[in-house]
Design a protein around this ligand. Structure first.
Ligand code: NAD
Length: 490
């Protein structure tokens, strides 16, 4: 079995592609065309056992003995390998996920930058020391937390895999990573590349499989010390329950329903196209999609008109066409779910200004959709739709805008559009979200911590802080006294 040759994709365990113990293969489909894409092996419990065993052997063996300088070199080498194979990776991702090539190219670039960032960040892994007075010297050691079990979703299979792998490997943890069973291809290829550039067997294991069985088994596995999960809030809650018995280290990157706040003093020539990008990038299948756009009442009608005109102009279609801006959704079933949300919103009184209908053809396409006249309490303004659907909500003043922005269970991201810098900072400080942009739509950069408040999860990715989530801190106390301590005076 090999990736991208005979179109049967194996599991990547202990440095090689292998058959699954169960022999189970899943048919993959190109969401944009409905055409078959090949068949991927699905890991079962025996495969997870094998992968965890390989990871533990790597931790106790060659990977555990690999010094930070060598880990840094390997991460740079993996970044170079992604650059050398960027076309193949982008093509696999587009075919497997259906998202536009123009988006995927940016994501492949970010995958490279992630490895480069953590290759450098390794230098910051250091304990501290302190002369505490008297005869007490203290120093701390930073040690890898152990085997990291990582679970990623289907919306950014390559990028999410690199968000997870890079800090774990930088910290010295071996990894068992489970991609979504529908979108395993780029993660498997990355596993192969890791092996080719010299990561020792067992340091990187990629085991796609169904979440409820294989994923849950990985979470509970006694050989796994830490779980890092990205996915829905509902699944995050389930994983928290599973991980609570054995008290596993846990980080959760969960769902979002993020706002843009557009004040009347904003530069609308920037705020409107940027807000269009912020929801329709990746066809809205982004955790940080700004799907609640709050607009000051005095400019609301003008905003709805201009925003809808731009949404209508987006080029939706063949994701491999470099001119395409919005590709297909992940599957026809997901498209139907998105449409169900829109219908529910319509029923609750939202006005569908543009989009909102399923077209002809085999691909899982859904048009950029604008819902106006939305109130914050409506289901379309509260639930994560995870598709190209925006809700435009009017507000009266700054206090009202902040109230509506925080009136949701999630807290991942927000963008404030204003011509008043003081207001920008004031509002940013009052929004309960892990990242706030001021006149800046982009959200995720290697080096800048990314993660959630409230039910968007806990822990941070992409930052220096992330390394600590893969490390234990050991305090070492040293007596420098020439005399014995003998605390009981015996
Ligand atoms: P999901 O929760 O259904 O699945 C995510 C992953 O978890 C998949 O690999 C799946 O197989 C696995 N899984 C499912 N049930 C499991 C279980 N019981 N035990 C262990 N693993 C299990 O999510 P999804 O629909 O694939 O992804 C979309 C969600 O991910 C959205 O809510 C989105 O907001 C979120 N997301 C968050 C971030 C972030 O950084 N906060 C980034 C991307 C996506």
């Amino acid at each position: 079995m090999a990736v991208a040759t005979d179109r049967e994709y194996g599991l990547f365990i202990n440095g090689e592609l292998v058959e699954p113990a169960s022999g189970e293969l899943r048919d993959l489909t190109e969401p944009a065309t409905g055409n078959p894409l090949g068949r991927a092996a699905m890991a079962g419990e025996a495969d997870i056992d094998r992968a965890v065993e390989a990871a533990r052997a790597a931790l106790d063996g060659p990977w555990g003995k690999t010094p930070p300088t060598e880990r840094s070199r390997l991460l740079h080498a993996l970044a170079d390998a992604i650059v050398a194979n960027r076309k193949e990776l982008a093509d696999l991702e587009v075919r497997n996920v259906g998202k536009a090539l123009s988006s995927v190219k940016a994501e492949v670039n970010q995958a490279v930058e992630n490895f480069r960032f953590y290759a450098s960040a390794i230098a910051s892994i250091a304990g501290r020391s302190n002369q505490l007075g008297g005869s007490l010297l203290f120093y701390s050691l930073k040690e890898p937390v152990g085997v990291a079990g990582q679970i990623v979703p289907w919306n950014y299979p390559l990028m999410m895999t690199t968000w997870k792998l890079a800090p774990a490997l930088a910290a010295g943890c071996p990894v068992v990573l489970k991609p979504d069973s529908a979108t395993p291809l780029t993660a498997l290829r990355l596993g192969e590349l890791a092996s080719e550039v010299g990561f020792p067997p067992g340091a990187v294991n990629i085991v796609p499989g169904p979440g409820k069985t294989t994923g849950a088994y990985l979470v509970k596995h006694p050989g796994v010390d830490k779980i890092a999960f990205t996915g829905s809030t509902e699944t995050g809650g389930e994983i928290m329950r599973l991980a609570s018995g054995p008290i596993k280290r846990l980080t959760l990157e969960l769902g979002g329903k993020s706002p843009s706040l557009v004040f009347a003093d904003a530069n609308l020539d920037d705020a409107i196209p940027s807000s269009v990008w912020s929801i329709y990038y990746s066809a809205g299948q982004s955790c940080e999609a700004r799907s609640r756009v709050l607009v000051e009442r005095s400019i609301y009608d003008e905003f709805v008109k201009k925003f809808s005109e731009l949404a209508d102009r987006l080029r939706v279609g063949d994701p491999l066409d470099p001119e395409t801006q919005v590709g297909s959704l992940i599957s026809a079933a997901h498209r139907d779910k998105v449409h169900g949300h829109v219908e529910q919103g319509r029923g609750e009184g939202a006005e569908v200004v543009t989009g909102g209908a399923i077209g002809e053809g085999k691909g899982a396409f859904y048009p950029p959709t604008v819902l106006a006249g939305v109130e914050s309490s409506m289901s379309v303004a509260q639930e994560e739709i995870f598709g190209p659907v925006v809700t435009l909500i009017p507000f009266e003043d700054e206090k009202d805008a902040i109230r509506i922005a925080n009136d949701v269970q999630y807290g991942l991201m927000a963008t404030v559009w204003t011509g008043d810098p003081a207001r920008g900072h004031r509002v940013a400080s009052r929004i309960k979200a892990g990242t706030v942009g001021i006149n800046m739509p982009y959200t995720a950069f290697p080096g800048i911590p990314f993660g959630g408040y409230k039910q968007s999860g806990f822990g941070r990715e992409l930052g220096l802080e992330t390394l600590d989530l893969y490390l234990e801190t050991k305090s070492v106390l040293v007596s420098t006294s020439p005399k014995p301590f003998n605390p009981f005076g015996l």
